[in-house]
Design a protein around this ligand. Structure first.
Ligand code: PEP
Ligand code: MG
Length: 877
């Protein structure tokens, strides 16, 4: 019970992973495969649980089982634990069912005292090796078992090496090593008041307890928290006979990956050290040497130095990879020319390597597509879709805002879009908040930083669509527009100085930080295609231009779920006409503006229908919060006065009259179309006219017209009347009946509550979860970022509901509205298009609630497609 010897016959070994850990089970499997593995036994992880909970001692029965397991090793090895004549030493290693590399403790070379060290010297006829092994044990005993800080041993070693005039531990001679040993012993005595136990079983018991306790050290607890690993699975312990890579120059130790963990290339990748033990490779105390290399500098590689061992290692690597059907991370030791494998496990890899390995292994017939897809961590894909900061570079974070649009960017600070002048420069546009007037600057800038606003603010929504990094609501930054600088606490940063922003973390840093640029390989698209074959949820794009549609389709989109037409008026040569249509009093001027809007939109929609090429294209009628669209600067106001044939003073009065206390709850969405029908009618005509043109060219079209911000069925009926009339007119004029779908945005609670009445009037519901979150909570999406931040700090909220869908509240309303909608319209298509549509955490909710689609910015699409497939294949809900 609780102790498994490696020669024990274990049925159904896979099911023992929770008790023996991956390391233990893999050693047993390797032994069964005939791979040279040093003899070992494993202590069950349940014992760790019992030890940590109930007692601080290990029972006599367990100790007896440990002794009989050791006996077996003694018999097969011809060595004896505690014997100076034929010394047997052990490694004591942690190993849970989920790999936690480097988080817990290990004790090596256990079973030493002065006599055994002498005996080891005689037995191996190698005093230097025996002393080197002894000092390693003392160091680990002191540090791991007695918690004496590392630096105390490091300093002793450093001083003695310095005195001896050597750089490497391996260059220390016998006298120096003896000095190290005596100083290490003193350090242990001085720090604990005790000498190390002479009795090797006592040493072993102490080591077992220390490794069990390391389950609860601070770094292991943190790691489990980050990786969502339960605390109650505990660690097993593998006790393995030592083999020595530090015995002579025909000995070595190393770590290898069966494929390159950075690129995924199918070739052994790893490093080793001659005359060393495993910690030397990981500790970085010596410069490691590549195991194999294609460069000229091959002379020191293992392949060159020990060709026979290398070819054996290569064979074993291939065998292990074929068995585990995954890239392996293998630790090995060569003791006087004989190879031993100490450990194999699935290797950690970069996302690019993960994609290449997954696709290659399917092509090699090693794994199927399901295994390939589930080997990918979808959230890691962000780093290949956007530039990211080079992890190797140290960063000095000045402050943090909200991570609003992923990716990193660096550039000169521009405090206004007008100051973005040099097309060859990189700029970060820094604004309190952005408005359509900033759009040209946003278009040229490589990143956006705002000091106000949340993750569904204008800046966030627009940059996500553009695929540009954005940090929002960085409230510790104060912008001084007149004197042209930013201040963060005491620090002043001038306009024109360079900063870096990371839209994936919300961090802001001074100067330019090195980045890694995105790259999408052919393998990425192969994997994407496999994911699409396994996904039942359609993934649409939020796209406002033909270019965005093309990007979205390339990224795997099934169609366009949301085209925000107000975004199509952002450009400075367009926005005046929208303003003119809203403000002009004279009918003739309004007509002029609408004629211009008709021609602009017709051209846009033609291009977009062509780009969509028969895929659904849901065009939303104008939904501008009016405050965002009115000019703020004098030049804009003067221009508008000319266009409307009014005095500047009158224009100012009209703009003032349009100011609302709560613009996000004001004259937005269909309310604008009802109070000012000509703009909506113009847009509807533009959609039908464009559809006719493209249809006549023989290109398939699938138009959807979407009505925003509805709250009553009467609003829907009013806009439907415009659509039906325009449709009938076009049919009469061209003799062509343009098939179209009509949808409504359900983004106000009343619309959700009246779903059964609204559903029969339309073909689809698109839940606008940004506005729905705003209105269900009564939190303004533009103003309450600070409150939400504080609520998170105070634990009043567990998450930001503008980022992660509030399934209990907002989600409950969505479920109810969808169910009620289907009661009265069985064919109703239902999906979401708010920012939650691009968050993979929403997928489970969507599938469970039988939603047909999600819609998100083009650069989130691959993540949503792959996440959906992975979740469905893993069935992890
Ligand atoms: C929404 O409210 O979720 C939505 C998609 O519309 P917008 O963000 O444009 O208001
Ligand atoms: Mg909305």
């Amino acid at each position: 019970m609780f102790i498994y010897h490696f020669q024990d016959q274990l049925d159904n070994i896979e099911s023992k992973v929770p008790f023996l850990g991956n390391k233990g089970v893999n050693l047993i499997k390797m032994k069964a495969m005939g791979i040279p593995v040093p003899d070992c036994f494993v202590i069950d992880s349940r014992l760790c649980g019992i030890y940590l909970k109930d007692s601080s001692s290990i029972s006599i029965e367990i100790l007896d089982s440990i002794k009989s397991a050791i006996k077996k090793i003694e018999l097969s090895s011809g060595l004896k634990f505690g014997s100076p004549e034929k010394p047997l030493l052990f490694s004591v290693r942690s190993g849970s069912q989920i790999s936690m590399p480097g988080m817990m403790d290990t004790v090596l070379n256990l079973g030493m005292n002065d006599k055994i060290a002498d005996g080891l010297a005689k037995y191996t006829n190698n005093k230097r090796f025996a002393l080197d092994t002894y000092r390693r044990f003392l160091q680990m005993y002191g540090n791991v078992i007695k918690n004496i800080p590392h630096y105390i041993f490091d300093n002793i070693l450093h001083n003695i090496k310095h005195k001896a005039g050597v750089v490497l531990d391996s260059s220390l001679d016998i006298e120096s090593l003896m000095l190290v040993i005596s100083k290490f012993k003193n350090a242990i005595y001085n720090n604990t008041g005790n000498k190390i136990p002479e009795d090797v079983y006592e040493q072993l018991t102490e080591a077992i307890k220390a490794v069990f306790k390391s389950w609860n050290n601070a770094r292991a607890i943190k790691y489990r928290e980050i990786k969502n690993i339960p605390d109650n699975i505990y660690t097993a312990i593998t006790i393995q006979m030592m083999v020595y890579g530090n015995i002579n120059n025909n000995s070595a130790t190393g770590v290898l990956f069966s494929r390159n963990p950075a690129t995924g290339e199918k070739s052994i990748f790893g490093e080793y050290l001659l005359n060393a033990q495993g910690e030397d490779v990981v500790a970085g105390t010596r410069d490691t040497i590549p195991i194999t290399s294609s460069s000229n500098d091959r002379k020191n590689t293992l392949e060159y130095v020990m060709p026979n061992v290398f070819s054996q290692l290569k064979q074993i690597t291939n065998k292990l990879e074929a068995y585990y059907k995954d890239m392996q991370d293998i630790e090995f030791t060569i003791q006087d020319g004989k190879l031993y494998i100490l450990q194999t496990r699935s290797g950690k890899r970069s996302i690019n390597a993960a994609i290449k390995i997954a696709v290659d292994m399917v092509m090699e017939g090693l794994i199927n597509k399901t295994k390939a897809l589930t080997s990918i961590e979808p959230k890691d894909l962000d780093s290949i879709l956007h530039p990211v900061l080079d992890q190797k570079v140290k960063k000095n974070v000045l402050c943090t805002g909200l991570a609003a649009s992923p990716g990193a960017a660096c550039g000169k600070i521009a405090l206004s879009s007008k100051n973005i002048s040099n097309p060859n420069e990189n700029y970060i546009l820094v604004r309190k908040e952005t408005s359509p007037e900033d759009i040209e600057g946003m278009n040229i800038a490589c990143g956006i930083l705002t000091t106000r606003g949340g993750v569904t603010s204008h800046a966030a929504v627009v940059t996500r669509g553009m695929g540009k990094p954005c940090v929002c609501g960085a409230s510790s930054i104060i912008i001084n527009q007149s004197e042209k600088y930013l201040s963060i606490g005491e620090l002043k940063i001038k306009e024109g100085d360079t900063i870096t922003i990371d839209g994936s973390t919300g961090e802001i840093m001074l100067d330019a930080i090195k980045m890694v640029q995105p790259q999408l390989s052919e393998n990425f698209f192969i994997l994407l295609q496999w994911a699409k074959e396994n996904s039942q949820l359609k993934v649409y794009a939020n796209a406002d231009s033909a270019h965005d549609i093309s990007v979205a389709l390339k990224m795997g989109a099934d169609g366009i779920g949301l085209c925000r037409t107000e975004h199509m008026f952002f450009a400075s040569d367009r926005i005046p006409y929208l303003r003119q249509a809203i403000i002009a009093k004279e009918e003739s001027l309004q007509k002029l503006a609408n004629a211009k809007i008709l021609s602009i939109q017709k051209e846009d929609f033609c291009k977009m229908f062509k780009a969509a090429n028969g895929k659904p294209l849901n065009i939303r009628l104008l939904d501008p919060p009016l405050h965002e669209f009115m000019p703020k600067d004098q030049e804009g106001i003067d221009n508008l006065a000319v266009l409307c044939n009014e005095s500047v003073q009158k224009i100012n009065i009209k703009i003032d009259a349009l100011q609302e206390s709560n613009p996000m709850l004001g004259n937005r969405g269909c309310r604008l179309g009802i109070l000012n029908p000509s703009i909506y009618i113009t847009q509807i005509n533009a959609i039908f006219e464009a559809a006719i043109i493209v249809y006549k060219e023989g290109i398939s079209i699938n138009p959807g017209i979407m009505i925003p911000l509805i709250s009553t069925e009467h609003e829907v009926l009013t806009i439907l009347a415009y659509i039906n009339e325009a449709h009938a007119n076009i049919k009469n004029k061209y003799g062509i009946d343009i098939k179209h779908r009509i949808g409504v945005m359900i983004e106000l609670p009343r619309a959700a509550l009246k779903a059964s009445k609204i559903a029969p009037l339309v073909d689809f519901f698109s839940f606008g979860t940004n506005d729905l979150t705003q209105t269900v909570y009564g939190f303004s999406r533009d103003d309450t970022a600070e409150t939400v931040k504080k609520y998170l700090e105070f634990n009043i909220m567990d998450f930001n509901p503008f980022i992660k869908l509030d399934e209990d509240g907002v989600g409950a309303l969505i479920t109810m509205a969808a169910e009620n909608g289907w009661l009265t319209n069985h064919n109703l298509e239902v999906g979401i298009c708010g920012e939650h549509g691009g968050n993979s955490e929403t997928i489970e909710f969507l599938i469970k609630n039988r939603m047909h689609y999600t819609s998100c910015s083009p650069y989130r699409i691959p993540i949503m497609i792959i996440s959906t497939a992975v979740k469905i294949l893993k069935k992890n809900w």
